[in-house]
Design a protein around this ligand. Structure first.
Ligand code: ZN
Length: 339
């Protein structure tokens, strides 16, 4: 009961890449970089296990950013000539590559780190991929001329990699769709369908993570404009509840999401965010158990998975380790409290 995991990303050690950044520059090249990525992946598997988490991830140590880490392996994209584009409905500008030709995978995307992680933990392994709608919102289209067509093209490629990850022994494949909370109507109209294409044929557990973004300033400023009640989930959860996706990861602690919206996900596993990624303050086990208690009013106990609100990538390593420990301790306290 109350199996714990992180949303996905963890900070990169200072010897691997720049710290406290969302798009950090690598500190090595070629085979040295590959070795450094492997070392960082192993380090975080150990830290997650030592903290006492139940489901382990690779911490996204082998990719610069959760979207571009996938897109770099796709043919038909021009990475040489990036353009500045407002993303997440112009919340912030990013340097994005351009889609210039039909999309095709160059080969495996995440085989290296998935197989490495699988070989080094006996616990359940979760692996994250960007969702089709979020990818479409993070690249510039100079070829398809139609968002939905391009999303479906990316969904086919994601499906190809997801099936291969499953064959690598991954237990849970999670698609990250922060864009769902920005384009709610599109998410309900076609975003969930694209997600189902990406997850087609998978027999492992499938999940989607929908958050209000990393704890960076642009996101914190945006959250301050959303008012006292964040009801974005209300528009997308009904479509997700009807979908084939098994689990939904959502933001809860310190958010203004009305907790009763979790009820809209009846029948699904719910990964409840009990750790704030926008604050360096470490949650107490009591606070975490309280959040779990609130969620229990709307989610069945065997369907509740305590998680972080989002990835921990832009945080300091020390804070991230303490937050992992807090997550495990809080879940342990909740198991005692809500027996
Ligand atoms: Zn997130």
């Amino acid at each position: 009961m109350f199996q714990t995991s992180i949303a996905g990303s963890l900070p990169k050690p200072a010897w691997l890449a720049e710290t406290n950044k969302l798009w950090p520059k690598w500190h090595a090249e070629g085979s040295e970089l590959q070795q450094a990525k492997a070392d960082a992946t192993l380090l975080w598997i150990k830290e997650q296990e030592d903290a006492g988490l139940d489901i382990i991830g690779d911490g996204e140590q082998a990719r610069q950013h959760f979207v571009h880490g996938f897109v770099e392996h796709v043919e038909g994209i021009d990475f040489e000539h990036k353009v500045t584009m407002g993303i997440r409905n112009n919340r912030y500008d990013a340097q994005v590559p351009q889609v210039v030709a039909p999309l095709r995978l160059k080969g495996r995307v995440h085989a290296f780190e998935a197989q490495l992680a699988r070989a080094h933990t006996k616990k359940k392994l979760k692996f994250t991929l960007p969702g089709p709608m979020t990818i479409v919102d993070t690249v510039a289209d100079r070829f398809y001329g139609d968002k939905v067509r391009m999303a479906m093209a990316f969904a086919e490629l994601l499906n190809q990699e997801a099936l291969a990850l499953q064959a690598d022994g991954v237990d849970i494949i999670q698609f990250d769709e922060p864009a769902f909370n920005v384009y709610m109507k599109d998410a309900a109209d076609w975003g969930v369908k694209a997600l189902e294409v990406a997850a087609r044929g998978l027999t492992c557990t499938t999940a989607v993570h929908i958050c209000y973004g990393y704890g960076i300033k642009a996101n914190v400023d945006w959250k301050n404009t959303l008012g006292n009640e964040w009801r974005q989930y209300e528009e997308i959860f009904p479509a997700l509840a009807k979908s084939s996706i098994d689990q939904v990861s959502l933001e809860c602690f310190h958010s203004h999401v009305p907790p009763h919206l979790m009820k809209l996900l009846e029948g699904k596993d719910v990964m409840v965010g009990v750790i704030d990624v926008a604050s360096d303050t470490i949650e107490t086990p009591e606070e975490i158990a309280d959040t779990i208690g609130t969620a229990l009013q709307f989610v069945a106990r065997d369907k509740l998975f305590p998680c972080t609100n989002c990835g921990l990538a832009p945080m300091s390593r020390e804070v991230a380790v303490k937050k992992l420990e807090a997550l495990a301790k809080g879940a342990a306290l909740a198991r005692e409290r809500y027996k």
